[in-house]
Ligand binder design. Sequence first.
Ligand code: GSH
Length: 228
Amino acid sequence: MDSSQVTLFGHWICPYSIRVQFALGQRKIAYDLVEVPPRAVRPRDFVVPSEFIEHSPKLEVPMVKCGTEYLADSIPILEWLEELISTDSLLPEQGEDRHLVRQRVQWLDKHLYWPMVGVYYGTDNVKIAEASNALGNALVEISTWLQDSQWLAGTQPTIAEAIMVGFYTRIDGLRELGLTASIPTEVAAHIDRCKQLEGWGHVEWSAEQTNEFVGRFQKYREIQNARS
Ligand SMILES: N[C@@H](CCC(=O)N[C@@H](CS)C(=O)NCC(=O)O)C(=O)O
């Protein structure tokens, strides 16, 4: 398969898009990026590409086009890219290691992402504090994985890192939006290691992007609170 035919329909502000963009960068797969801002932050005059409307079942980013085929939903996309392209894999071949990666990917998707999204989409302080605490608890659990290994699942970076960097890109912004939980030492060291990876350069936020993220969600809160 010619990897030059990969197109990512995504957006930097979407942590699910970041998962895929990180994996593409880390695996040195060439790709085109078509920016589709999620509805909550979409400029009014933005014209959604018809190709995206036609092929994305839930109108969610990320969606990937490989050759002539399309797939939406980040975790299936990461698996699909592993099936299609074998270079610089982020999924171990062996059964048990592969199982651990998949298990941790699912765990992060649920126990890290739910509270993370809860912090920035939160509109009342009690809910934001609850999400922040849940996120802190998730980080404590993750720190136990990192006591045994430098990486989240096994001895190499895997698609579990792709999930995690969706959180790492926005930590500073989350702090401004109400994240108070502390980052365990093992996780802080893991952040530093992830920042050395090739994929990080594809997803890292500038200070302007952090400010834009914070500003857009502060505005979102204002609008929601004015309505209620
Ligand atoms: N389960 C999906 C979730 C993707 C998702 O929630 N994407 C959001 C943006 S972060 C989206 O596009 N929502 C529709 C919209 O806001 O227009 C995945 O893992 O890719």
